[in-house]
Design a protein around this ligand. Structure first.
Ligand SMILES: NC(=O)c1ccc[n+]([C@@H]2O[C@H](COP(=O)([O-])OP(=O)(O)OC[C@H]3O[C@@H](n4cnc5c(N)ncnc54)[C@H](OP(=O)(O)O)[C@@H]3O)[C@@H](O)[C@H]2O)c1
Length: 375
């Protein structure tokens, strides 16, 4: 029996030893307030906990005691004066403790608020609109790229897609890859006649239902090059498509959008915020004046061309990064006003648009150099 008792006691001690060895987590984030730290146990404990990494708030009776303690401890340890027999002194120390631990509480509170906000946003954005299969979406520039991908995506989702292509070949190809519900038309957004004709077509298609989604996707980046190499006509040709074309289409379609209480999606670009370069292709075939060409040098031209090639390959890698956001803008009950697609836009380009210009210029030069030498 004695053996049995001894075994039980042994087990109890072992279990106690094991449990007591388990330490509290995040000790370095925890505050400990100790009274009577001038000398003795209080003083020793303050130094000991400080060495363990806890945030020690040490109350001393005398300024000398506090001074001595501060000398032998880390900067993390803070001291105050406290006479526990005086309620005023206790109240003052309480206020002091509140200030010390309060900052941490505030950060936690802020983090909790941000967390709650993100959770609510996530929940709201998952709620989809009703009767999607009855809704019409008109997309410009569906021959290739995002427009083409989006037309197929929305078609697969069941929406009634009205896809405008620049060329008959583009329209034909798209029709081959989509359902019978998707309809195509030809549209050159730079021509008001073409826009008017597309508007009539849309009117016939949507009837009384109106237009749920207008997606202004058509765009071009060409010709692109350092400004000095371009003419006014080069600028006009791009603005005609990306800006005036977009405005013209929107003005024509707005009455239908209003009828359906629908949505307009405009394709923007981080380059609108950071005009360090346009997308596009090598411009070596452009007729440059020889002196200008010389002043930039062949090396620069080669670097520029390589970078354009690199950015074109990169931007075409995952079209769904963009089209999924447009799909959300059209199908969610709670769409966002703005979407940014890709971590590069979120973490680099958008923040960089607030940085000093000289920093961005310098980074651009480094980027130009690196892509030219690695791609
Ligand atoms: N790619 C990116 O990284 C990026 C980044 C930010 C913003 N964006 C914007 O996203 C949109 C689509 O870009 P994407 O990369 O998909 O380019 P994309 O493949 O060149 O697609 C643009 C589409 O617009 C069409 N288009 C060109 N001129 C037109 C005109 N005058 N009228 C009607 N359609 C015309 C093109 O037709 P053709 O193919 O027949 O020429 C093409 O189908 C553009 O507005 C672009 O500015 C793109």
């Amino acid at each position: 029996m004695w053996l049995y008792v001894a075994a039980l006691v042994g087990l109890y001690l072992l279990q106690r030893w094991y449990r007591e060895r388990q330490m509290v987590e995040n000790l370095t984030e925890k505050y400990a307030f100790i009274t009577g730290c001038d000398s003795g146990f209080g003083n020793q404990l303050a130094r000991q906990l400080d060495a363990q990494g806890l945030r020690v708030l040490a109350a001393c009776l005398t300024p000398e005691g506090a001074e001595q303690l501060e000398k032998v401890t880390s900067d993390q340890l803070k001291t105050t004066l406290l006479d526990v027999t005086s309620t005023e002194s206790v109240a003052a120390a309480t206020e002091w403790v509140k200030t010390c631990v309060g900052n941490k509480a505030m950060w936690l509170y802020l983090a909790a608020l941000v967390g709650l906000y993100l959770l609510r946003r996530w929940y709201r954005e998952r709620q989809m609109g009703e009767n999607l299969t009855e809704k019409y979406a008109f997309i410009t520039g569906c021959d290739t790229g995002f427009g083409n991908q989006l037309a197929r995506q929305l078609d697969a989702r069941g929406l009634r897609v009205l896809a405008a292509c620049l060329t008959p070949e583009g329209a034909e190809q798209l029709e081959k890859r989509t359902s019978d519900r998707l309809k195509t038309t030809l549209l050159d957004v730079t021509s008001t006649e073409s826009v008017a004709a597309a508007t009539e077509w849309v009117k016939t298609c949507v009837g009384n239902k109106g237009l749920w989604g207008l997606i202004n996707n058509a765009g071009t980046a060409n010709p692109t090059a350092p400004n000095e190499w371009l003419t006014k006509k080069d600028f006009v040709s791009v603005l005609d498509v990306n800006l005036l074309g977009l405005i013209d289409v929107t003005l024509h379609m707005l009455p239908f959008v209003r009828k359906a209480k629908g949505r307009v999606v405009n394709m923007s670009s981080v380059l609108g915020r950071l005009s360090f370069i346009g997308g596009g292709y090598p411009i070596s075939k452009y007729g440059l004046a020889p002196d200008i060409q010389e002043s930039y040098g062949q090396k620069f031209l080669k670097m520029y061309c390589k970078m354009m090639q690199h950015s074109k390959t990169y931007s075409g890698k995952n079209l769904r990064l963009v089209t999924d956001r447009i799909e959300h803008a059209l199908t969610s009950r709670h769409p966002r006003a703005r979407y940014s697609a890709g971590w590069d836009a979120k973490l680099l380009f958008l923040p960089a648009s607030y940085w000093p210009s000289w920093v961005v210029d310098w980074l651009f030069l480094v980027f130009l150099y690196v892509t030219a030498h690695t791609s």
